[in-house]
Design a protein around this ligand. Sequence first.
Ligand SMILES: C[S@@+](CC[C@H](N)C(=O)[O-])C[C@H]1O[C@@H](n2cnc3c(N)ncnc32)[C@H](O)[C@@H]1O
Length: 337
Amino acid sequence: MRTWVVVAPANRAESVRQTLRSLGLLRKELRATRSGGEVAFPVHSAPTPSLEYTRTEEREVPSQTQAPRSYRELLHLPPEQQALLPRAFDVIGDVVLVRLPEELGPSAAEVGAALLAFVPGARRVGWDSGVHGEARLRRLRPLAGTGAWRTLYRENGLEFFVDPEVAYFSPRLAREHARVAAQVVPGETVWDLCCGIGPFALTIARRAAPGRLVAVDSNPAAIALLRENAVRLGVAARIDVRNETLEQFVAAAGSADRVILNLPHEGIKYLPPVGAAVAPGGTVHYYEVTARADHSMRRTTLVKQLGTTAGWQCVEARRVHPYSPQADLMAYALRRR
Ligand SMILES: C[S@@+](CC[C@H](N)C(=O)[O-])C[C@H]1O[C@@H](n2cnc3c(N)ncnc32)[C@H](O)[C@@H]1O
C-alpha cells in the first residue's frame, strides 16, 4: 500500500521512532522497514517541521500488516488522550465492556470502534461507568456495534446467558467459580448469597455434589436469568433459587456448611448473621474490596466481625484481581472451628 514514510539513518532510528510516536504520527499497524543503513517509518502524515536527520517521502510499503497486540495500536488520538486509554477491558460473550475516564469522552466512539475491530467476534462495545445501587448494575453507554447487551457466555466449560444491563456479572471471577466448586464436599449444604445470575451456584451444580444448594438474590432480573440458565444447563432441580433478600433468607434458613458471599462493598455488615448460621467446621467464602493499606489486619477484623465465641479462623486470603490503584478484590476463606 502507498503511505508517507519518514526515513531516518539507522543510528537515529530509535529517537525518531519515539518522536513520531509522541506526535501521534506513527502508523503502528504497518511495519517499519530497514534497507541500506536507513529505517523507514510509515506515518499518517508528514511531520511539520520535518525532523532532523530525516526525509519524508511517499512510498509503496508491503500491505501485509502486523497483527496489532493491543486495541490501542488501532487508535491515533492526540498523545495526551492516547495515554489515558486503559489496557484492560472485559469480554463477555460477544459484548466488550471498557471503563474509560470521562476525559476520553470526545474520543469514546473511536475507542469503541477500535475495540470492535480488535476483539475477535465482538458484536457490541459499551462504556462501563461502574456499578451502582443494590443490584450492582453497570451504567452502560453504547460505543460501537449493534444488538442487545444480552449475550451467551462461556467459562469453565459452561455456557450461560448474561445481560450486564439488568444483572451483575463479572468474567474476572471465572477462576473463583471453579475454585470454590472444587472445594464443595459431597452432601454439604451450600448457600450462594447475593448470587446474581448464579455463576457460583451453576458451577457447583454442574461440577460438585452438594446435598442442598440454595441461591439467593434480591434482583428479580438476575434470578430470572439464573432460572433460565439452570434449565439450559440441566441443573434446575439441583438449585433452590430464591428471589429474596439475604436478611430474609438467613433469618429463616437453618444452617449451612458452606456459604458464598460476594457483595464486595457491603458484605461485611452481613457477616454476623451469616456466621451465626454456619455449622461447626463450615466455611464462608467472602469476597471484598480491601484497601492495600488494610491487607495485614484484615484477617483479624473479619474474624472479629464473625464473632469470637464460635472460634473463627481466616484460612485463606488471596488477591483475585486489582480493583483500583489502592485496593484489590480479595477472596477470604473463613472457617468455623
Ligand atoms: C457483586 S454482585 C455478585 C453477584 C454474583 N455473586 C457473582 O459473583 O456474579 C452482588 C449481588 O448481590 C445482590 N444483592 C445486593 N444486596 C442484596 C441483599 N441484601 N440481599 C440479596 N441480594 C443482594 C445484587 O442484586 C447483586 O446481584
